[in-house]
Write a protein that binds this ligand. Structure first.
Ligand SMILES: Cc1ncc(COP(=O)(O)O)c(C=O)c1O
Length: 438
């Protein structure tokens, strides 16, 4: 007989099964299959399979005095390699201070759980990452002081900031934190950072509202030598903290928060996701360092140029093919073509291209059968009615890969339309047969 706990857990999973939202680990064979075209991983620059980076990393490992483990928390053992990487990143990104975390998740939890103080207000984009929510939940900010605004809407943000201002009053004794991502991973949309900075400065002329930007999906791809969109727009001095992660385009693991000395020092004392965990191993640090060499030696700029040219190609080829085959937008469409420019934040190409469809699983399965790995994303990861197959492009993809993808989508849509027409014909003729019997 199962225990009460087992019954409850199993019922929750069964309910997810019924609603088609049960999460499962994908088949590991799809992660390593060379036969599958990768339209799904976050390895945007394809550095994970770069022989140049691999050789460079192995050479560095060979020469490094320490490779294994790290000996404990940074507060216990501060490895020279860790301190050196922080110093390098501080200079590279033009920040006063840099602080490493074991992951971007830990960094967001660490920052948001301790920096906003009791009585402060947090304003955030409705699509902000789960790790920011978790950090906020652990903070001393009360629920009534959390204000979200419509995705990427500068107007929505202004309204949220006015509410924040009403809440804390005119004095600058309390602070407001504004949390956004420079590129959103589910939608491929860019935050209009410049306009956001202007509104923050207008509503809070005393300077007690602070922008915090998560650059997880732009690191290595956008901005000079892949420094991200804050650097691309010259806003380094307008943000309180930037997060760059190493696990996506950089093919490593870990993250860095770029901020000022006071915030760094405070996090060293209060950020539990930093204090109470073993820091990244030396090998991890060497891997991240080797990846940053790819940014400074020009490799990443070259790769990101190709990556973004593929994005431009796909976003013009797919709508054209769908139109040519009379595929209705209710069956397949690009997210961008449905949303006003307000939501896309910028006309720049993005490596993340969501294909909206009410049938993401069948489309993804169809593409997989044709050797293409593009995953379905459904509620609760994205809002209801916004189900999609999310295409992540990679520097390792070719134009021919993109052509195959476009063909695959169009062929699938054509088959779906044909099947529904046949069903209609069958229904109509069945109807006639029924009537003929009268
Ligand atoms: C926007 C954003 N922030 C933070 C993270 C967490 O980064 P990491 O994978 O390094 O934990 C992710 C990754 O899922 C992300 O998409």
């Amino acid at each position: 007989m199962s225990s009460a706990l087992e019954t409850k857990l199993a019922a929750a999973l069964a309910s997810r099964d019924d609603r088609w939202i049960r999460r499962r680990l994908p088949d590991p064979a799809t992660a390593s299959s060379l036969a599958l075209t990768d339209f799904t991983s976050n390895d945007y620059l394809s550095l994970a399979s770069s022989s140049h980076l691999r050789t460079h990393f192995l050479n560095k490992l060979h020469l490094a005095p320490d490779i294994l483990g790290s000996g404990g928390s940074r507060l216990l053992v501060n490895g020279q390699a860790h301190a050196d990487l922080e110093d390098r990143l501080r200079l590279f990104f033009g920040a006063e201070a840099a602080l490493l975390f074991n992951s971007g998740f830990d960094a967001n939890v660490g920052f948001f759980s301790c920096i906003p103080q009791a009585g402060d207000v947090i304003v955030h984009d409705e699509y902000i990452h789960a790790s920011v929510h978790d950090g906020i939940r652990a903070s001393r900010v009360d629920k009534a002081s959390l204000i979200s605004f419509e995705h990427n809407s500068v107007l929505g943000m202004r309204v949220a900031l006015r509410r924040a201002s009403d809440r804390i009053g005119r004095s600058a004794r309390q602070s407001v934190f504004v949390a956004v991502e420079s590129l959103y991973s589910m939608d491929g949309t860019f935050a209009p950072l410049k306009e956001m900075v202007e509104v923050i400065e207008e509503v809070f002329p005393e300077g007690n509202a602070y922008l915090v930007v998560d650059e997880a999906h732009t690191t290595g791809i956008y901005g000079p030598e892949g420094r991200g969109r804050v650097a691309m727009l010259g806003l380094e001095n307008k943000v309180l903290a930037r997060l760059h992660t190493f696990g996506k385009a950089l093919a490593a693991t870990g993250a860095v928060v770029l901020t000022n000395n006071l915030i760094k020092d405070y996090m060293l004392n209060y950020a539990r996701s930093l204090i109470y965990t073993t820091s990244l191993s030396y090998a991890n640090i060497i891997a991240a360092d080797a990846s940053f060499d790819m940014l400074t030696d020009g490799t990443a700029s070259h790769l990101s140029k190709h990556l973004l040219s593929l994005s431009t190609y796909l976003t013009s080829a797919l709508p054209a093919a769908l139109k040519a085959h009379n595929i209705p937008s209710s069956l397949v469409s690009l997210l961008y073509s449905l949303h006003p420019p307000l939501h896309s934040g910028s006309d720049d190409p993005s490596q993340i291209i969501p294909i909206l469809t009410p049938h993401p699983r069948p489309l993804s399965a169809y593409l997989l059968a044709q050797g293409m790995n593009a995953r379905p994303i459904t509620w609760p990861t994205v809002p209801k009615g916004k189900d999609r197959v999310r295409v992540c492009l990679h520097a390792g993809n070719t134009r021919e890969d993109v052509d195959r993808l476009v063909n695959g989508v169009v062929m699938w849509a054509g088959e779906v339309l044909l099947a529904s027409e046949e069903k209609e014909v069958r229904a109509v003729s069945g109807d006639e047969w029924e009537r003929s019997k009268l």
